[in-house]
Design a protein around this ligand. Structure first.
Ligand SMILES: NC(=O)C1=CN([C@@H]2O[C@H](COP(=O)(O)OP(=O)(O)OC[C@H]3O[C@@H](n4cnc5c(N)ncnc54)[C@H](OP(=O)(O)O)[C@@H]3O)[C@@H](O)[C@H]2O)[C@@H](O)CC1
Ligand SMILES: [K+]
Length: 466
């Protein structure tokens, strides 16, 4: 069972195409189903630790995986039963079901078990679950001590992360690759912990789970997306090579102060806070805002938007930032003020859901619409949320897996903007800088645990820099 870190993410259509290419190359669907079912059985056997198991099988190939797993678990000596929502319908599921020699209970009357394995529907779900399926599924899920989904929990939209009647699982065993539903909310929550089971289908994708930084020597060996890089100073580094970040302050100075501290704690060599205000930290260089101050060629990133305000004066500050021709991180109020057609190519935008909809609308799933916005603007878009999606104009996307629900507190977005600014000023390209900033932000939150405040989060960035 492989963690999701850095793994490719495939839509149902892309997964089907990869499966078909594997079959054309000579591996039958029965072989793939055998590998899937055996892999599920090994994982379930270990997790069940001798407890009784009921496997719920649907009509398609997801159900087929369930029948194969049931037969394998029986051979392993497990106390396993099968309940089906109906007769197997796909040819491979029919063949798999024929190899299960035990009884098949009707889903509606099925007895509960300690371990529930949900193999009703996978990537082929085409509509919400009907009550006659959803009701027994939820009844059996409530009665179980551990709920394990095969590929995806039955009743989630594999591509858009919608929940269409699914029961929440504790563990999801994804076959070969991650699917958008494993990362996008609300489905991701219904998946519980997700682990991959390889079944020998070669997959390639422009979309990956955001990966943790790997030590230099291990990068080439890992079968994952290029790992994110955290820039580290060398013996000849000085404050400007480590990166100079200018933070444009506005009406709500606290927000830009948080962004400034975050930029410093993420590793910037020099942070310039352009606005009113005084006080610690003493390492923060404070100047009154002027368009001239933004012309310093050593500035590696300007962060504009946290606490900016939305009046005429702040609009002029935004215009001056756009005219400075320095790398930009555009956040908060600046996203409400900006005309999307004037965004300089190579900028990084960090909208939350509301700001994103205001700029780009709401059509399509989160990955598709973020990718489209990046292509439209030529900017890297960090579409924030419990399922942050980062898209580059060339079509690459990463989706942040493990966040922390405790990030839903005031000021954490300002911290993210500052951290991304530091990564950009250190010389990372916009897509890499966004990924590194999002990773640092999530790692700091996980390190802090519950009920932290944004000030703690900014400070904790130092500790996760590694
Ligand atoms: N990719 C790979 O390499 C491999 C993938 N494998 C596995 O295949 C799975 C995908 O299989 P799949 O395409 O057969 O779809 P699946 O999810 O079983 O459901 C389709 C069936 O359900 C029906 N149906 C749909 N929605 C419904 C609803 N709400 N309520 C009631 N019925 C509904 C639908 O009928 P229809 O929509 O036509 O009415 C059809 O009969 C994948 O997740 C993985 O587990 C492995 O076996 C090996 C290699
Ligand atoms: K399932």
């Amino acid at each position: 069972m492989i963690p999701l870190d850095g793994q490719p993410i495939l839509t149902a259509g892309e997964m089907r195409a990869a499966e078909e290419a594997t079959m054309v190359a000579g591996t039958s669907v029965d072989t793939l189903m055998e590998r899937a079912g055996e892999g599920v059985a090994v994982a379930v056997h270990r997790l069940a630790a001798g407890a009784d198991i009921v496997i719920l099988c649907g009509p398609g190939n997801n159900g087929g995986d369930g029948y194969v797993a049931a037969a394998a678990l029986h051979r392993m000596g497990a106390a396993v039963r099968v309940a089906a929502s109906g007769a197997p319908a796909s040819p491979a599921a029919v063949r798999a079901a024929a190899r299960w020699h035990g009884p098949v209970e009707a889903l509606a009357q099925a007895e509960p078990a300690t371990i529930l394995v949900d193999a009703l529907f996978g990537t082929g779900l085409s509509r919400p679950l009907a009550d006659e399926v959803a009701a027994p599924l939820h009844r059996l899920a409530r009665a179980a001590r551990l709920r394990i989904a095969v590929d995806v929990p039955s009743g989630v939209g594999s591509d858009d992360g919608a929940v269409l009647g699914a029961a929440t699982c504790d563990i999801t065993l994804a076959l070969e690759a991650a699917k958008p539903a494993h990362l996008l909310q609300p489905a991701a929550q219904a998946c519980g912990t997700v682990r991959l089971i390889p079944i020998g289908v070669p997959v390639v994708s422009h979309t990956h789970v955001l990966s943790s930084p790997l030590p230099e020597g291990e990068r080439d060996m890992a079968c994952v997306a290029p790992s994110i890089t955290l820039p580290t100073p060398g013996p000849n580094s000085h404050k400007y090579t480590r990166g100079m970040v200018a933070i444009v302050a506005g009406g709500m100075a606290g927000a830009s102060e948080l962004a400034s501290i975050a930029a410093m704690r993420a590793g910037a060599g020099y942070v310039l806070h352009l606005g009113e205000g005084q006080g610690p930290p003493h390492a923060l260089v404070r100047k009154i805002f002027s368009a001239d101050a933004l012309q310093d060629a050593r500035i590696g990133a300007i962060v504009v938007g946290p606490g900016l305000g939305r009046d005429d004066a702040t609009r002029r500050m935004l215009d001056a930032s756009l005219a400075a021709h320095r790398p930009l991180v555009i956040d908060g109020d600046a996203l409400r003020l900006i005309d999307p057609t004037t965004i300089p190519a190579g900028s990084i935008l960090t909208p939350h859901g509301g700001e994103f909809s205001h700029l780009f609308g709401q059509e399509g799933d989160k990955i598709t619409r973020t990718r489209r916005a990046a292509a439209q603007t030529g900017a890297v878009i960090v579409h924030k949320g419990p399922d942050t999606v980062i898209a580059a104009p060339d079509g690459r996307v990463t989706v942040a897996g493990e966040g922390s629900p405790w990030l839903s507190t005031a000021g954490t977005g300002d911290v993210l903007a500052g951290a991304i600014g530091a990564m950009r000023a250190a010389g990372l390209d916009p897509f890499a800088a966004a990924g590194a900033g999002v990773w640092l932000h999530g790692a700091a939150a996980r390190r802090l645990g519950p009920a932290f405040i944004a000030d703690d989060l900014a400070d904790a960035l130092s500790a996760v820099r590694g």
